[in-house]
Design a protein around this ligand. Structure first.
Ligand code: FAD
Length: 345
């Protein structure tokens, strides 16, 4: 959406001379702050200034999460806004509230969020409405207070190149989303509780889009995005039954999350939410096991920063071996059950 001339003018009038002040969007689910948002707080801390958290949601959701957020290390202030219309975080509904917070004489210099599906939709929308750019999927940053410029790095071409992008002082409000695997999660238990303040919701009449329903995959396993061990399967797993019966015993014995290549997801072996890679999740666990996965660059883009990569593939020339720390040329249907047995011992 292009901005009106009025809004463009407004957008240039709120730069501050008081040093960096980040507004960090704290996404939450079931009363807990999403781990990606905790990484966004850590990234915001690297700006070296004040940090205000923002929680938006339905009345009960916000109540449950405010107390936890106040204890987050690094937060100086916590804003929260609740309304039944915020219960499902529809970007068109939430963005007017954030726009109002940013333009009404605020001292914010940066707007930060996780690189989550919802924030990927929300942040660029607000930035565009204010006629400002946004930088996405940031993996490191440095703020120079003397020139009021922020320099970011972000992976491009499926992680094969790193772009360095500078937001100069002429951009009064710098929007960016953060790759959660590149920043540790901000811990709870800061020295002082952040002061919290309720913000009036901005009611949106004539909703441009409506939320119908949310479907979440329920699993007792660790969440793929934050698990310290991941066992992933590829096309070689043949079908949904063998995917499950081969990978689950190994994941159980390791206490690992299960992941999949896009080929495995497209063939219906695994749920879409398990896809690792350029168009799936980016993970960086302590241990990543790639079983029957060739190692296409789009898959590597989602797992190559894992601390220890173990690959099992029957093709010695499979590209996965170029990034693997431990490679086993074997038939996974023999190697995996043997491994499970040894681990159980
Ligand atoms: P294959 O490439 O078919 O590899 C199967 C491997 O299993 C082979 O190496 C084979 O030697 C091995 N194998 C077979 N049988 C056995 C056995 N019994 N024991 C041991 N090894 C065996 N892919 C992703 O994964 N994630 C993404 O996010 C993603 N995004 C993409 C985005 C774009 C725009 C495009 C164009 C592609 C994307 N892809 C993505 C697809 C990617 O290019 C590959 O096609 C895909 O990763 C291949 O999956 P695979 O390794 O499971 O299958």
């Amino acid at each position: 959406t292009r901005c009106s001339a009025f809004c463009r003018l407004r957008s240039r009038n709120y730069a501050t001379a008081l040093g960096p002040h980040a507004l960090v969007l704290l996404e939450h689910r079931d009363g807990a702050i999403e781990s990606g948002s905790l990484s966004a707080v850590t990234a915001a801390q690297q700006l070296g200034g004040q940090i205000t958290g923002l929680i938006v949601g339905g009345p009960e959701q916000v109540q449950a999460v405010v107390q936890r957020a106040k204890n987050l290390s690094g937060l100086t202030m916590l804003l929260h806004s609740s309304s039944p219309q915020y219960a499902n975080q529809v970007p068109e509904v939430v963005s007017p509230l954030i726009e109002r917070l940013l333009v009404n004489g605020s001292s914010f210099t940066h707007v930060v969020s996780a690189h989550s599906s919802s924030a990927k939709s929300l942040l660029p929308r607000i930035a565009a409405k204010l006629d400002l750019p946004a930088v996405s999927d940031v993996t490191s940053l440095e703020h120079d207070s003397s020139s009021n410029s922020t320099t970011f790095t972000r992976p491009i071409y499926a992680g094969n190149a790193i772009a360095t992008v500078r937001a100069p002082s002429s951009i009064p409000l710098k929007f960016f989303t953060v790759r959660s695997t590149a920043f540790s999660a901000a811990p709870s238990g800061g020295a002082e509780e952040a002061e919290d303040k309720a913000v009036e919701p901005v009611e949106v009449a004539d909703l441009p889009s409506q939320h119908i329903r949310s479907d979440y995959t329920k699993s007792d396993r660790p969440d793929l995005g934050v698990a310290s061990r991941v066992v992933s399967g590829g096309r070689a797993l043949k079908n949904a039954e063998t995917f499950k019966s081969t990978l689950e015993p190994l994941a159980d014995v390791l206490g690992a999350a299960i992941g999949a290549s896009r080929a495995a997801v497209d063939a219906g072996y695994a749920d879409n939410s398990l896809q690792v890679g350029q168009t799936g999740k980016v993970v960086a666990p302590e241990l990543y096991m790639a079983l029957g996965i060739s190692g296409a660059i789009q898959h590597l883009a989602g797992m190559k920063d894992s601390k220890l990569i173990v690959a099992v593939n029957k093709d010695p020339d499979a590209p996965i071996f170029q990034v693997a720390d431990v490679g086993l040329v074997a038939d996974l249907y023999e190697a995996v059950p043997e491994l499970v047995q040894k681990l159980k011992q």
